[in-house]
Design a protein around this ligand. Structure first.
Ligand code: NAD
Length: 261
């Protein structure tokens, strides 16, 4: 049920972290993956690490989510050479941290552009091909701030709510075409981004980074941070035939933290 051998996937923000873990899990189920991020050398290194046991030949596209028309063009051109894809994972770097009340309006516009506008453009590029195939999976990597805002992540909290409702609206519109759209809400996941957020939080609170990590773990019923591969595994499930009746959900993958708030 999680055999993706005949599938082609585009996984964004995938040179490292959660995006790479999604690509790795989806490739591990047999799909051929196109990675998308900014840096060619990082993408090449990530591509080489992807499983290819089903004989797949993975590739990548260099594109920047701060340039929506450039991103759209790069991915559309790539699709012209590889043909339609049936899996899209929308993901990119998160907005800077800080209280919302101090955020410049431009920071909110940029985050909405990087997340909502870019994801919208990507969906418009892939959906015609998915419609012809009669089978598609769109998976959005968001955050548990969709359920409850996270202190100190004002711009992110604002943007994530918009992405979540955008995704669930598409789930309703695209379901009749055989395309499901689901939102993954990762909890605290051990990546470079989380490391940066913990460092800033420690500086603001006058604590060590280890103390901040202990504070975070104390809120999580399973008592630890997530590994990125635990988010990737859920993306592979949602991408697969096993998830054929899952559509329009906000799925926390957070060790039970939001259930326990
Ligand atoms: P990360 O910073 O480790 O990785 C981000 C990936 O996106 C990298 O491959 C990076 O190169 C790429 N990227 C960043 N900016 C880009 C741009 N402008 N154009 C193209 N590619 C770009 O982050 P992560 O921890 O893997 O998080 C991924 C997403 O999930 C982020 O939006 C983050 O806010 C969100 N998230 C993370 C956590 C966590 O605890 N790590 C929790 C909830 C939500």
């Amino acid at each position: 049920m999680i055999d993706l051998k005949d599938s082609r996937a585009i996984v964004c923000g995938s040179s490292r972290g959660i995006g790479f873990a999604c690509a790795e899990a989806i490739a591990g189920c047999g799909a051929t993956v196109t990675l998308v991020a900014r840096n060619e050398a990082s993408l090449e290194a990530a591509r080489e690490k992807l499983p290819s046991g089903a004989g797949q030949s993975h590739d990548f596209v260099c594109a920047d989510f701060t340039d929506p028309p450039g991103l759209r063009e790069a991915v559309a051109n790539h699709l012209e050479s590889i043909g339609p894809v049936n899996i899209l994972v929308n993901n990119t770097g998160g907005p800077p941290s800080g209280p919302l009340v101090d955020a410049a309006p431009d920071a909110i516009s940029s985050a909405i552009s990087n997340h909502v506008i870019c994801y919208q453009l990507l969906v418009q590029v892939v959906v015609p091909g998915m419609a012809v195939l009669g089978w598609g999976r769109i998976i959005n990597i968001i955050s548990t701030s969709v359920i409850a805002p996270i202190r100190g992540l004002g711009v992110s909290n604002t943007t994530r709510g918009a992405v979540a409702n955008w995704g669930r609206t598409l789930a309703g519109e695209l379901g009749p075409m055989g395309i499901t759209v689901n939102n993954i809400l990762p909890g605290y996941t051990d990546t470079v981004r989380l490391g940066g957020l913990i460092k800033k939080k420690a500086e603001r609170a006058g604590k060590s980074e280890a103390e901040v990590i202990e504070d975070i773990k104390a809120e999580i019923p399973v008592g630890r941070l997530a590994e990125a591969r635990e988010i990737g595994a859920v993306a592979a499930f949602l991408a697969s035939p096993a998830a054929s009746y899952v559509n329009g959900v906000n799925l926390p993958v957070d060790g039970g933290r939001t259930a326990w708030q």
